[in-house]
Design a protein around this ligand. Structure first.
Ligand code: C5P
Length: 252
């Protein structure tokens, strides 16, 4: 299929319509990198292709665990055909270990163990810098129904189990990650589940841009923190994560 009108240019991906198919979208992954709400920018050679390939492996792994995703197929190494969704304006973060903004917020050391995975919600808003919210805010403000929020939590924890397993087979500990969910847009713009409860699709991407991976044993950062924190070997790390995840996914 060929791209039509540009619908949305995000900080690192572009979303296109597919002419004649309102239920489909094309997503182009680029080599652009941004951090701190776009204040830090760079080009990371090969990142678009690596993130597309890594996302495919994780989408397949979570689908096998019963988590429906928007992924349909790769049209090129950097172009993904997906189901069109109406994005719920929440960043759904799951954490297996303390790191990043949680360490900062609670004054904890990065790497502190958690007795169980933790789910956090952030309201997607660039001008507000994605503020922390809870499910009560999301329901009260009409961003999602109570049923959708319950489903989204269940799917996020299920995805966590499948993603941790795949990462571990690649010698990587999944520390935390961010997911986005959407409601599928039907061919006539109608809900496609006949009213049988909420139907949500896992959307966006699953890559070192949206996950923290620490190498098992060494604890080496193998994700976007290398770029955020100027740790060096950024391009090499994305390529290495791709190699390992694709290798680990072959045995699923
Ligand atoms: O910054 P924080 O510690 O809250 O991030 C938690 C996880 O969510 C990290 O893996 C980070 O890469 C991801 N994240 C993201 N997009 C954001 C915020 C966080 O992918 N806007």
């Amino acid at each position: 299929v060929e791209p039509g009108r540009l619908l949305h240019r995000g900080k690192v991906k572009a979303v296109y319509e597919v002419p004649g198919h309102p239920e489909l979208r094309l997503i182009d992954f680029t080599d652009e990198a941004t951090a701190f709400d776009g204040a830090k920018r760079a080009v990371i050679g090969g990142k678009g292709e690596a993130n597309a390939a890594i996302s495919v492996a994780f989408f397949r792994a979570v689908e096998r665990a019963g988590v429906p995703t928007h992924f349909l197929r790769l049209e090129s190494p950097v172009r993904m055909l997906v189901r069109a969704v109406e994005i719920i304006p929440l960043e759904v973060v799951v954490r297996n270990r303390v790191a990043g903004s949680l360490a900062k917020r609670l004054g904890l050391e990065e790497g502190t163990a958690l007795r169980r995975p933790v789910l956090e919600l952030f309201y997607k808003s660039d001008p507000l810098h994605d503020p922390w919210v809870n499910a009560h805010h999301a329901e009260a403000l009409g961003w999602a129904t109570g049923e959708e929020l319950a489903e989204l939590e269940r799917l996020a924890f299920e995805a966590n189990r499948a993603m941790r397993q795949l990462a571990l087979r690649a010698g990587l500990e999944l520390i935390d990650f961010k997911l986005e969910f959407g409601r599928p847009v039907g061919p006539a713009g109608t809900p496609s589940n006949g009213g049988a409860g909420p139907r949500l699709l896992l959307a966006d991407e699953i890559s070192p841009d949206t996950c923290r991976f620490w190498e098992v044993g060494s604890g080496e950062r193998m994700d976007k923190d290398r770029f955020r924190r100027d740790l060096g070997r950024v391009e090499e790390t994305y390529a290495e994560v791709r190699r390992r995840i694709e290798e680990a996914a072959r045995w699923l």
